[in-house]
Write a protein that binds this ligand. Structure first.
Ligand SMILES: *Cc1c(COP(=O)(O)O)cnc(C)c1O
Length: 393
């Protein structure tokens, strides 16, 4: 028997906090306690029926049964370009500036392999989506945290970025997971100037662009003049159209970055299933009144009930104007893991401890609004009955 030892690069990943939470969840379930899981950001509502029907028909098209082109169907790339034109007023070349992805996570994870040499630095937001770090580490890059602090509106600071240079690549994500913070075009302009001055590339993660409330419309990084000279953006259909299980997204922007990412992909995967791409086009074609309008009503109702209940408990929390998350302060500025564990064990409510998203997430916890409204109501009711709130008000 050869004793198995994983490759060193897997050992570099931060300890997987979520595995620990999964163990705790099992233990609580085994005791017969009812669990309400507000941990994962995975929409509970189904994919809209016209998208499912499009898939049904497209699946019968035998030309789609063969290997797809790794760059994506022209039909899909053109529809993504049209989305950028209609939604952001940004003109995109569908042939050179769009690449189909097997979900945006795939592109985010692979981008460092296309851009970053071993030991080059990659700037990543903390707290942030964990794949920025793991993709960087797999490419042999060195992740450097950019702390996102409440007093700065959860935006990275120019001084922190300049101190971390020279760097090869910077990830940013607005509307933001997990903080729900938003950025304006002025911020993107500033980032373009910084990237030009210090010669790093920018990857903007736009997973939540359409999940906004109270009349707010999120901009694209590519609206900033010169953005396509220094970076690209990841578009995801997952949260917007309740399509996390379908695995489809796109990279949009700088043609050299797109070609380099495509070169990685052509060696690792063989592209996105073409019937899925055709269904994705149907999703992008859905009128706002048929899908996004009602979906935002649902999330807004959930957001409002969670924020109101937390405030009543004395928890410090902003009303998010975007995303499917509420990012709240742990009462008494306590330890986020201990707090989340107590909620789980005493109330059967799963929330995500902020430190799971990076060191600067400590002191916060994240509630995901992707649970049926009645269950969410039940969760906050149980939370409000716990003793720990009394000390914090
Ligand atoms: C959910 C999420 C993604 C991944 O989306 P997929 O397109 O399903 O891979 C990427 N970035 C952020 C910040 C997310 O929250």
């Amino acid at each position: 028997m050869i004793p198995f030892k994983r490759a060193d690069r897997l050992g570099q990943l931060p300890p997987y906090l979520f595995a620990e939470i999964d163990r705790l969840k099992e233990a609580v379930r085994a005791k017969g306690m009812d669990l309400v899981d507000l941990g994962v950001g995975d929409p509970d509502l189904p994919t809209p029926m016209p998208v499912v029907e499009k898939l049904r028909n497209a699946a019968a098209n035998s030309t789609y049964h063969r290997y797809p082109s790794y760059s994506g169907l022209p039909l899909f790339r053109q529809r993504v370009a049209k989305f950028y034109q209609d939604r952001f007023g940004v003109t995109i070349d569908p042939d050179r500036e769009v690449l189909a992805l097997i979900g945006s996570k795939e592109g985010i994870g692979h981008l460092p392999l296309a851009v970053v040499n071993p030991l080059e630095r990659v700037l990543i937001p903390s707290p942030g989506y964990p794949v920025y770090r793991s993709g960087t580490l797999f490419a042999g890059g060195v992740p450097v945290d950019l702390p996102l602090l409440a007093e700065n509106g959860f935006l990275p600071q120019v001084s922190d970025i300049e101190r971390a240079c020279p760097a090869k690549l910077m990830f940013m994500n607005y509307p933001n997971n997990p903080t729900s913070a938003t950025a304006d075009v002025g911020f993107y302009r500033e980032m373009v100037k910084l990237a030009e001055r210090h010669r790093f590339w920018i990857a903007s993660d736009l997973a939540y662009s359409e999940i906004t409330f109270d009349g707010y419309r999120a901009p694209s990084f590519l609206e900033a003049p010169g953005a396509r000279n220094v970076g690209l953006e990841f578009l995801s259909l997952s949260k917007t159209y309740n399509m996390t299980g379908w695995r489809v997204g796109a990279a949009v922007g700088n043609a050299d970055l797109i070609a380099a990412l495509g070169a990685v992909k052509s060696n690792l995967d063989s592209g996105t299933a073409q019937f899925i791409q055709e269904a994705a086009v149907a999703a992008l074609d859905l009128p706002e009144s048929a899908h996004l309008g009602p979906l935002m009503e649902t999330y807004k109702e959930r957001r409002d009930l969670v924020v109101a209940a937390l405030r009543k408990m004395g928890v410090e929390v902003e009303v998010p104007r975007s995303t499917i998350y509420v990012w709240a302060k742990v009462p008494g500025a306590g330890d986020s893991v201990a707090f989340s564990r107590a909620l789980l064990e005493q109330a059967g409510v799963v929330v995500t401890p902020g430190i799971g998203f990076g060191a600067a997430g400590e002191g916060f916890f994240r509630i995901s609004l992707t649970t049926p409204t009645e269950r969410l109501r039940e969760a906050v009711r149980r939370m409000s009955e716990l003793p720990q709130w009394t000390g914090s008000a």
